[in-house]
Design a protein around this ligand. Sequence first.
Ligand code: ASP
Length: 331
Amino acid sequence: MRQVVVISTGGTIASRWQGSGFAADARGGDVLATAVVPEDVTVRVVDLMSVNSARLTTAHQLALLRTVREVLADPAVDGIVVTHGTDTLEESAFLLDLHHDDPRPVVFTGAQLPLEAADGDGPRNLHDALLTAASVRDLGVLVVFDGRVHAARGTVKVQTLAADAFADPSGSRVADVEAGGVVVHRRPERPAPLPLPAADAPLPRVDMVMHHCDGDPLLFNAAVEAGAQGIVLVATGAGNATPEIAAAVEAAVARGVLVALTTRVPTGPVAEIYTHGGAVDLAAAGAVLTGTLRAGQARIAVLAATLAATDPAGRTHALRHALAAPVPAAA
Ligand code: ASP
């Protein structure tokens, strides 16, 4: 028998009608009861919380990270499934992936349709996640949805309502769940795991500011004034803004703020091509380009870096480390 632990956090997969709309309120046992448990798998449920994921805080995410560590301290556990709201699933999954140092998998799943929906997608997703958690090793943190298995890094929510909710727009998926088994296509590229943040580490404010036509530095500077220790600039195109915003970035970096640069565009990397406020100038001002990571995961990389070090140079180093993608181990 393989032993899988389900950590339940809420989301649509745990949501019921509240009279005016749906919200998470079910416990993990209720969620598990909807799914067929694969043969030769035993399941234990840990009820961590039951909230919709747009309400999650850094404290919630670090509690999840520590719970995963505690569960994996038991060598009898073969894998973990985290049931999670889809809205911010990519953020929690990436945070856990940056710190994951165990060959056993942590598999995130959820649903687009609520707990009691006829023909909901939750039961199948949970079954597939249990199967994946019981079968694979050395793939890091995964997202299982609609029969597809994605690496946490790079994967984003790509559908607001449809069942195939997740994909890496700039990459390919890791595996498929087929005919009662998991067919692995590739091993995700993962840098060495970051150490677990200290339990008493102060939680940094990390903000996100999006650029657009007629955009000025006001909101970026407001984030600095609000005490942000990290800011993700969600720029246009391959990572472009204005000379005024480049000057604001330079001033923020001089004050010790860690600034990362990503894009509003769904697919492809940011790149140093344009000046006059483009990525050439933003990088020269001290912003760190985040490759193909989209805004939510770029913010998580900045968050992890600000938790990993207290000085600006150490934080920049930790961010570059979190962004690096070394050559994968042989499949
Ligand atoms: N729509 C979300 C979900 O699919 C709600 C949430 O993220 O909690 O779970």
